[in-house]
Design a protein around this ligand. Structure first.
Ligand code: FCB
Length: 456
C-alpha cells in the first residue's frame, strides 16, 4: 500500500533559474558585458561553442513564462539578476532599462501570485570588474555591496527573500581553480582568495540590503553542498575526504554559521589565511536568515598526490546509477540535511540561532524529447525528484526544520560549459523555435504542490 508523504503546512515549493542561463538579450537595452559573455564567445570553452546570446529568450518572453508558472500552480520562483544589466560599466551609472526589466518581471510574478526569491549573483560578473581582478581582489566586495544596496532600495518593497550568492564554491572552484567556467583562471591562490572575498561580500551585501530595505526581509545564501565519502577505508583516503570536505562544505558553512574558518587546517594554505582574512571579516560573514542547499550528488574522494593543493581527487563508484552529469544518490540529501542540523544547529550549539534551511536546487539532466503526441515523458526525472523529495521528508521527520524545496529548473536552458546538451527543465524548450511544452514532470510537480505531498 502506498503511504501519504505530506509536508508541513507552509512548506515552500518552487523552481529555480538564473539570468545568464535563460535571459539571452546579451547586448540589448544597455546591458554591459558579463564574464560569461566573454567566456562563451571564446572558441573552445563551451560544448559546440554555444553561448547564452539568445538562450531561451526569457528577456522577451518572461510574461508568457510566468503565465506558464501560474498555470502549473507554482507559488515561488528563485531567479537571479544580471549585475551588468544594472551597472554596465565602471562609471557606476545605472542602466534604467535593466532596472525596468526586473521591475516588470517582479510585478508580473506578483500579479500571478508567484513569490520572488531574488538572487544577486549567479556567476555573471560584469566584465569591467573582472578586468580589475574579479573575486580574487578585495575591492570587488564593496562593489557588490553597492549593487546589493541599490537593488534592495529598488525592489525590497516587493521582494521579501534575498539571496546574495549562488554556489560560491563553484564561482571560485570552477572559475579560478580549474578554469572550466568564466573567467577561466587556473590559479589555486586566486581561487582561495575568491572564496574569502565571496563570503565577505555576502556579509557586506547583507548589511547593505538590510540598510536599504523597505520592509522586514530575509537574506540568505545558496551553497552547493555534498556529503564527502572516502573511496575506501584506507587512512589516506579518509584523510583526503576530510580535506576535500573542508573545501567543498566547511570553508563556507563554518564562516557563515560559526564565524570561524577551517582553512588553517589545510597545512599548505594556512600561511595564506592571515594575509587574506582580515580581523573582523569572519564576524561580518556570520550573518544568515536562511541557508539554501543545492543538492545534486555526493562526492567520493580518494588520496591522489597528482592533484594540486588537496592531494585528493573524485572517483565514480561502479554499480550505481548516473545521469549525464552525476551519480544519482538520493540518500545523500537526508544525510546532508541531518549533518548540517546536527553540527551547526541547536542540537550541538544551543546558543546558535540556526537560520532556516531550504533545498534551493535539485534536479537531473535528461535527454528529453517531444513524443509523437506532443507529450514529454520524462519518467526518469519524476523518479529522481520523487526519490529526493522523499529524503527531504525523511529529514523533516527526523527533526530538521526544512522550509522548502526548489526544482532546478523551470525551463530547459544553457547549462554553462556544457551548453544546451543537458536539459534540466520541467518544461521542455525547443531551442530553435522557443516553443515551451510542459513535461510530464511539470504536471507531476504541479500535483505535488497542489497536494502538498504525494503517495509513495
Ligand atoms: C548548479 C547551478 C545551476 C545549474 C545546476 C545544474 O550548480 O547553480 O546554475 O547549472 O547546477
Amino acid at each position: 500500500m502506498k503511504k501519504d508523504i505530506s509536508f508541513p503546512k507552509d512548506f515552500i515549493w518552487g523552481t529555480a533559474a538564473s539570468s545568464y542561463q535563460i535571459e539571452g538579450a546579451w547586448n540589448e537595452d544597455g546591458k554591459g558585458l558579463s564574464i560569461w559573455d566573454t567566456f562563451s564567445h571564446t572558441i573552445g570553452k563551451i560544448a559546440n561553442n554555444e553561448n547564452g546570446d539568445v538562450s531561451i529568450d526569457h528577456y522577451h518572453r518572461f510574461k508568457d513564462d510566468i503565465h506558464l508558472m501560474s498555470e502549473l500552480g507554482l507559488k515561488t520562483y528563485r531567479f537571479s539578476t544580471s549585475w551588468p544589466r544594472i551597472f554596465p560599466d565602471e562609471t557606476g551609472q545605472i542602466n534604467p532599462k535593466g532596472v525596468a526589466f526586473y521591475d516588470r518581471m517582479i510585478d508580473e510574478l506578483l500579479r500571478n501570485q508567484v513569490e520572488p526569491y531574488l538572487c544577486l549573483y549567479h556567476w555573471d560578473l560584469p566584465q569591467w570588474l573582472q578586468d580589475k581582478g574579479g573575486w580574487s581582489v578585495r575591492e570587488t566586495t564593496s562593489y557588490f555591496a553597492d549593487y546589493a544596496g541599490f537593488m534592495s532600495d529598488k525592489f525590497s518593497d516587493r521582494v521579501k527573500n534575498w539571496i546574495t550568492h549562488n554556489e560560491p564554491f563553484v564561482t571560485a572552484g570552477a572559475g579560478y581553480f580549474i578554469g572550466e567556467h568564466a573567467p577561466g583562471i587556473k590559479e589555486p591562490i586566486s581561487a582561495l582568495k575568491a572564496v574569502h572575498h565571496l563570503l565577505l561580500s555576502h556579509g557586506l551585501a547583507t548589511q547593505a540590503i538590510r540598510a536599504a530595505s523597505r520592509q522586514p526581509l530575509k537574506v540568505g545564501i545558496v551553497l552547493n553542498l555534498s556529503p564527502v565519502h572516502p573511496a575506501s577505508s584506507f587512512k589516506k583516503d579518509i584523510a583526503a575526504a576530510e580535506r576535500f570536505d573542508i573545501i567543498q562544505n566547511r570553508a563556507f558553512l563554518d564562516p557563515l554559521l560559526l564565524g570561524t574558518s577551517p582553512v588553517q587546517e589545510l597545512k599548505l594554505l594556512s600561511a595564506l589565511v592571515g594575509s587574506v582574512i582580515k580581523p573582523g571579516d569572519l564576524k561580518l560573514i556570520n550573518v544568515l536568515d536562511f541557508l539554501g542547499v543545492n543538492y545534486y550528488t555526493r562526492t567520493v574522494i580518494r588520496h591522489d598526490p597528482k592533484f594540486p593543493v588537496f592531494s585528493a581527487s573524485q572517483i565514480h563508484p561502479e554499480g550505481n546509477e548516473y545521469s549525464g552529469m552525476w551519480e544519482i544518490y538520493p540518500d545523500g540529501l537526508s544525510e546532508l540535511l541531518l549533518h548540517i542540523w546536527g553540527k551547526y544547529g541547536p542540537p550541538s550549539n544551543p546558543q546558535q540561532k540556526m537560520p532556516e534551511i531550504m533545498v534551493t536546487e535539485n534536479g537531473i539532466p535528461v535527454p528529453d524529447g517531444v513524443d509523437f503526441d506532443g507529450r514529454v515523458r520524462d519518467e526518469r526525472r519524476i523518479r529522481y525528484l520523487e526519490n529526493h523529495i522523499l529524503q527531504v521528508h525523511k529529514a523533516i521527520q527526523l527533526g530538521v526544520p526544512v522550509m522548502g524545496y526548489f526544482v532546478w529548473s523551470f525551463l530547459d536552458n544553457f547549462e554553462w560549459a556544457l551548453g544546451y546538451g543537458q536539459r534540466f527543465g520541467i518544461v521542455y524548450v525547443d531551442f530553435k523555435t522557443q516553443k515551451r511544452t510542459i513535461k510530464d514532470s511539470g504536471h507531476w510537480f504541479a500535483d505535488v504542490i497542489r497536494n502538498n505531498g504525494f503517495k509513495a
